[in-house]
Design a protein around this ligand. Structure first.
Ligand code: NI
Length: 136
């Protein structure tokens, strides 16, 4: 029996969307307000979902305490209240779009999970805009 368990988390972060290969005008056309050179913030909502076979001994897929501690250590401590462009290594060369943030989060969490567990990450940048990454 395959089952999915999910844990919600939250962090605040500032970013600027900008591609140095584009002109100022093209950057503004492409990224709009998110191109603001003085940065701006988002309240990111994160859903981390883990899928696999339930452990017959415990009846758990994964201990929720283990999952919440993992999210805190690998995601919240790394991103919360940060300027993503300036302070987070992964975004020194990578535009911090919701797509790329979800990708970075997935890659930070995956090595910490057992190989028998599948991971997907859903990231809300606003209450209405969200992206999903399944590692495919
Ligand atoms: Ni933005």
């Amino acid at each position: 029996m395959k089952i999915t368990v999910s844990r919600k988390a939250h962090f605040n972060a500032a970013h600027r969307l900008h591609n140095p290969l584009l002109s100022s005008e093209e950057n503004l056309d492409t990224f709009g307000k998110c191109n603001n050179p003085y940065y701006h913030g988002h309240n990111y909502e994160l859903i981390v979902s883990v899928t696999g076979e339930v452990d017959v001994k415990t009846g758990y897929l994964i201990d929720m305490k283990v999952l919440s501690d993992l999210i805190k250590r690998k995601v919240e401590d790394h991103l919360d209240h940060k300027n993503l462009n300036e302070q987070v290594e992964e975004f020194k060369e990578l535009n911090p779009t919701a797509e790329h943030i979800a990708f970075v989060i997935w890659n930070r969490l995956k090595p910490e999970l057992g190989h028998h567990l599948e991971l997907s990450v859903t990231l809300y940048e606003t209450p209405r805009n969200f992206v999903e990454y399944h590692g495919l």
